[in-house]
Design a protein around this ligand. Structure first.
Ligand code: HEC
Length: 117
């Protein structure tokens, strides 16, 4: 179920309770997938891959990762609460919209999983 659908259901539920969505904290704004792809290609793909499969040893695989998880890690690098020479440098100039777009892109990648036999 997409975020939009979830949010519609959420609003329907709130309406039943006589509340407006604006009475509560809004869920994270959805990022722009196309912008995310462009930004990932320009700023992240050398280490994490455009597909998020991380050609660089030591860089995490981001493809298929949860959107909220990605947003949180990027915000932590940006604020300095998590430190890494490369990521701190990369994340510092990111705007909220960049973080949303990049998280949208990497979380939208479909990853197939095969459990070892
Ligand atoms: C120069 C290489 C490099 C580039 C470019 C780079 N990263 Fe990273 N990234 C890393 C490394 C190395 C780590 C692991 C950091 C650590 O050990 O704390 C990392 C970690 C991360 C993590 C944390 C993953 C986790 O599970 O904790 C996220 C999210 C991330 N990068 C996103 C991005 C995004 C989005 C971009 C582009 C805006 C980007 N990175 C660009 C090298 C890079």
């Amino acid at each position: 179920m997409g975020d939009q659908t979830m949010f519609s259901l959420y609003k329907t539920g709130l309406a039943a309770l006589g509340l407006a969505a604006s009475d509560l904290v809004m869920p994270a704004a959805a990022g722009d997938l196309v912008a995310g792809r462009v930004k990932a290609g320009a700023k992240c793909s050398n280490c994490h891959g455009l597909d998020g499969m991380a050609p660089m040893a030591g860089a995490a695989k981001l493809g298929g990762q949860k959107k909220e998880y990605l947003r949180e890690r990027l915000r932590n690098f940006r604020s300095g609460s998590r430190q890494n020479p490369q990521m701190t440098f990369i994340a510092k100039p990111l705007a909220d919209a960049d973080i949303d777009d990049l998280s949208e892109w990497y979380s939208a990648i479909k990853v197939a999983v095969e459990i070892p036999k």
